[in-house]
Design a protein around this ligand. Sequence first.
Ligand SMILES: [Zn+2]
Ligand SMILES: [Zn+2]
Length: 67
Amino acid sequence: MSVAGLCEVCEASAVADSCDRCGRVVCAKHYDTETGYCTDCLAELGGTPDDGAGERDYPDGVDEYRL
Ligand SMILES: [Zn+2]
Ligand SMILES: [Zn+2]
């Protein structure tokens, strides 16, 4: 099924999917397929690793060379 409309974040790209959290429809660029959330929700939930929030799946001191 196709959703007609523009991304509610950038209002420039065609809608790709809807956020599982806030329900907004966003383009592929503003949708995270891993979480099913839009980038706004990701940012709200602390998506910036620079902040020292150790809520990642992998432990500290993990090998940085992994792809
Ligand atoms: Zn967008
Ligand atoms: Zn959202």
